[in-house]
Design a protein around this ligand. Sequence first.
Ligand code: IPM
Ligand code: MG
Length: 367
Amino acid sequence: MSTPKKVLMLPGDGIGPEVMRQVQRVMDWMTKKRGVNFDVTEGLIGGASIDAHNNPLTDETLAMAMEADAVLLGAVGGPKWDNLPFDIKPERGLLKIRKEMGLFANLRPALVFDALVGASTLKEEVVKGLDIMILRELTGGIYFGQPRGIEERDGVRVGFNTLIYSEPEVERIARVAFDMAMKRNKRLCSVDKANVLESTVLWREVVERVAKDFPEVEVSHMYVDNAAMQLVRNPKQFDVMVTTNMFGDILSDCAAMLTGSLGMLPSASLGAADANGKRRALYEPVHGSAPDIAGQDIANPLATLLSFAMMLRYSFDMGDDATMIETAVQNVLKGGLRTGDIMQPGMARVSTSVMGESVISELNKIA
Ligand code: IPM
Ligand code: MG
């Protein structure tokens, strides 16, 4: 057996636990068939943690995350916790774990599987073969800027947040983006609002400066409103996109939908590399906890399985195994199996667990 790979599973809320179970099955398969040694622990986050500890992310879970080689998260949130005070809402747990682990680089690939071209609301020629990577800055910007709050000023209540980026914060995400562009098609589009916001005037300057170290990469800059439009008009013009925390939040949902369903999209959030080149990392599907369909075994587990594949690639240097899982997913889709979110005429509607089982049957064929 290989050295143990310490994985912390945080299933979270809603459909989180049921989609996570399918990953557990693939992990068991990899242990049995390929001798991979996973040392798995499980923890609570979000609403599940609020119910147990009145806190969306306890110090204990955070310490486990810091200890792990990689974290896999399901989803957080749901109507049950919507009316809680802002500071203990499930989402605070997610934001806190990203911040505390220093996961500043959020990779959100939007890939259209051939078998799913018809599931997109856009025309086939617009999305067929689409493969873009959105790099979202994840621990800065308006999500975390100080001061923030709600207070009374001159007898009027005001709510305020601060959009702030330092040069080092922009530089480190820009470097990840350029590295990524070098490994792909050497095209990078940086998205900002430099016609209005000083914070992104600085953003653009720093991206330009970093670009000098990557002369092979063709860089462009786009205002975020235009980028949103271009993503829908002609998404294939993009290869790698890099942007701020909030713009990335919005654009990645938009890009995700080009692929037909949020249920297909994985993500990786990475920290800075240590002396050995290792990065703290958390992997999660882009979709939410989908409380309306939770517990019914009908959710799409593929985004979580694909997030696990990203874990193999980025945290464990197991690119071949990652590709194997991605191929298995592709084959299952080619075979006509669909969960409800990606259902198309003439296809077979299957449950979460049958989808997981089918991925394993495919793995057995191609391994
Ligand atoms: C995401 C989500 C989160 C975010 C929420 C749940 C806090 O929308 O991961 O995109 O805004 O980052
Ligand atoms: Mg979002």
